[in-house]
Design a protein around this ligand. Structure first.
Ligand SMILES: [Zn+2]
Length: 248
């Protein structure tokens, strides 16, 4: 079992760090760490997560019932659903980082295969369907995508990232917002240019050699997002002739 006091101090520190990076506004966001098979330690509801003392953290069991003092995060169902789906996840961060959440609110997906580092890190970032905050509907909306992905946008709401430990989950939230910012700048400059499928496959191989999973096929850019295909005059004539023969 993770040490309760040390874990509580880590959550308080992670909250301060996320706040310092502009990823937590007012009372928004929540963090949690899995203490053991049946208990998680989470941030309290109605408090600024950048200014928490370790003793304010709240223990809840697998059913969401508080064990001991305090009132747990309003999004505890979301956290519990993720822990249920992913035995390897040890910590979760939910926040509303402004640029990534802008994509989630606009209903615009982050571009696939546009940035080598984020492709290596996330594969891609899916958007979970909308569910009212703090309800089981929101929790259920992430069950399927979180089996494959470590960072998920929540439609019309925010984002959630997971990690083996709190530092990993927190840094993924930071990296997600950074990627969203870059994607927005690329969009303003005329649009992200997608990597070619073989370039993504190479990144996927590197990911696997480092112990990660392969990049899922769904993360490869849609054909219209991929680079322009150029054919010579002869190639074009041959292609049309082949097509006509096939139809004939
Ligand atoms: Zn939220």
């Amino acid at each position: 079992m993770a040490d309760h006091q040390a874990t509580a101090a880590q959550i308080a520190e992670a909250g301060r760090d996320l706040d310092a990076r502009g990823l937590l506004a007012s009372f928004e966001g929540n963090l949690s760490v899995r203490l053991d098979d049946s208990l998680i330690l989470t941030t309290p509801t109605g408090a600024h997560k950048g200014r928490l003392a370790p003793e304010e953290m709240v223990v809840v069991d697998a059913s969401g019932t508080t064990v001991g003092q305090g009132k747990a995060s309003s999004e505890v169902k979301l956290h519990l659903a993720i822990y249920e789906e992913r035995a390897d996840v040890g910590a979760i961060v939910h926040a509303h980082p402004p640029t990534a959440t802008g994509y989630a609110v606009a209903g615009v997906p982050l571009p696939h295969g546009a940035l080598a580092e984020s492709t290596a890190l996330f594969g891609c970032v899916p958007v979970a369907p909308y569910g009212t905050p703090s309800t089981a509907a929101l929790a259920d909306s992430v069950r399927e995508p979180v089996r494959t992905f470590d960072a998920i946008l929540l439609a019309n709401h925010g984002a959630v990232t997971v990690g083996q430990d709190l530092n990993e989950a927190k840094e993924r939230m930071v990296q997600l917002e950074h990627f969203a910012h870059i994607a927005l700048v690329a969009h303003l400059l005329g649009g992200a240019q997608a990597l070619e499928p073989d370039q993504i496959a190479e990144i996927s191989q590197m990911r696997e050699s480092a112990g990660g999973g392969p990049i899922p096929p769904v993360c490869y850019p849609a054909p219209e997002q991929a680079g322009t295909i150029t054919l010579s005059h002869d190639e074009l004539v041959r292609l049309i002739a082949d097509a006509v023969r096939t139809i004939g």
